[in-house]
Design a protein around this ligand. Structure first.
Ligand SMILES: [Zn+2]
Length: 423
């Protein structure tokens, strides 16, 4: 049978294949590694995965890629980013080095609100140009799909501007994007002290506009989800407002996510599980009873150790215990200008192995198949299986564990999106 592309002779073809949902427990240690593996691609989809001799006996292709001496892995999925923003936060970086806490900086009008000011003032083209450069870097580092949040607009027009920027970025470059409306990221300065009123604005004015945009967007046309997310945190949105906002989003047909338990446990994990959230993210301070509920739920835990690393914190989310207790764990960068100016999922793997006791295999599953499930795309991407999109990367090395073992180096040599070489 004639196909478009065959990758053959891989030292290791790492599939991260999972039957059904995200991987849990002992399955996290299995990456589905095939010595001498090959992959056949037609019309952007994988039509065969197997040993090279088997695949070459059944298929021929115009484009042959010799992967001998190298590992082939699924393209990485970054399930949590704030990559659309204007301006940098270098002064804040220095304040933190000198001992100011994240929350002290936030209360002083810095932090997220600093980026809100600059993002509101930026034109769509400025946002697109700055964000496209970040996406190009992510692609070179192996990321083929990324979730992208709004949340630096915090008024209806600026939030819609960010969604339109995400839609345009999705059209013009190779990283596949999944949008998230995060109007409830922070309370804007004009609503200071009136969090409840701002939540009403999110629910009554922003949400209908977002639902209307989504219905007419490329994402809906391509049967891709749009998420709603809330920063459930002390001084931001409490569990009750989080529930109201997520419930309203669900009513508008959006899928649910939430930032929970990053600094203080607020009950957001229970709210998210109750409402059927696809993912709950951060989980640094989640109490054991809520963690047990999470393990028994279909919700994916998105763990973000680049933030703890960036804040110079000695404390990290208990990812080891989460995996051992059966929570479906994914890892993400949280790419943003304040708490994680980091586009690299391999660096996140390296941090998770060192500070959270995860094995390289667990971290690879966490940035591929489990991350795909964290954005409701697990049936299309995240593993090398027949029928899925041909999103894969070829490393410079034969063993994928180098991704976590080495750091500060890019081991991704080639990147393919839907069977097309894009790096
Ligand atoms: Zn975030």
């Amino acid at each position: 049978m004639l196909v478009d592309l065959i990758v053959h002779g891989a030292a290791r073809l790492v599939t991260c294949a999972s039957s059904g949902g995200p991987k849990r427990g002992a399955a996290m240690r299995e990456v589905g590694s095939l010595a001498g593996g090959a992959l056949a691609v037609k019309d952007g989809r994988i039509v065969a995965v197997g040993e090279t001799s088997e695949v070459l006996a059944q298929y021929e292709a115009a484009e042959m890629v010799d992967a001998s001496g190298r590992a082939v892995c699924p393209g990485f999925v970054d399930a949590h980013t704030h990559l659309v923003y204007a301006g940098e936060r270098l002064d804040e970086f220095e304040m933190r080095i000198q001992g100011k806490s994240y929350q002290e900086i936030m209360l002083a009008g810095g932090g997220i609100l600093n980026t809100v000011r600059q993002t509101r003032g930026a034109s769509p083209d400025q946002l697109i140009n700055q964000s496209a450069a970040r996406l190009a870097t992510m692609l070179e580092l192996g990321t083929t799909t990324a979730e992208v949040k709004t949340g630096y607009g915090l008024d209806t027009a600026s939030e819609l501007k960010m969604l339109l920027v995400i839609e345009k970025l999705a059209r013009q470059q190779s990283v596949e994007l999944i949008p998230t409306f995060l109007g409830a990221h922070s309370v804007p300065p004009e609503y200071r002290g009136r969090t409840g009123e701002y939540a009403r604005l999110v629910i009554e004015e922003m949400l209908p506009a977002v639902a209307d945009w989504y219905a007419r967007s490329d994402f809906a046309a391509q049967a891709k989800p749009c998420f709603i997310d809330v920063f459930c945190e002390e001084g931001v949105f409490d569990a009750d407002l989080t529930r109201q906002i997520l419930q309203a989003g669900k009513g508008c047909g959006l899928a649910l996510k939430a930032h929970v338990d990053e600094f203080v446990a607020m009950g957001g994990t229970t709210v998210g599980i109750d409402l059927g959230a696809i993912s709950l993210d951060h989980l640094d301070h989640t109490p054991p009873t809520e963690m047990a509920h999470l393990a028994a739920s279909p919700t994916v835990a998105v763990i973000i150790p680049a933030v703890n690393f960036n804040l110079g914190s000695p404390e990290f989310a208990g990812a080891r215990a989460m995996v051992d207790s059966g929570v479906a764990v994914a890892l993400a960068t949280d790419l943003n200008p304040g708490s994680a100016p980091c586009p690299s999922l391999p660096l996140v793997m390296a941090i998770a192995c060192r500070y959270q006791g995860l094995l390289p295999a667990e971290t690879l599953n966490a940035i591929t198949i489990n991350a795909a499930h964290a954005i409701a795309m697990g049936d299309k991407i995240g593993s090398l299986e027949v029928g899925k999109q041909a999103d894969f990367i070829i490393l410079e090395v034969a063993d994928y564990r180098h991704l976590a073992y080495q750091f500060g180096v890019n081991l991704v040599q080639q990147v393919f999106k839907r069977g097309r070489r894009v790096v």
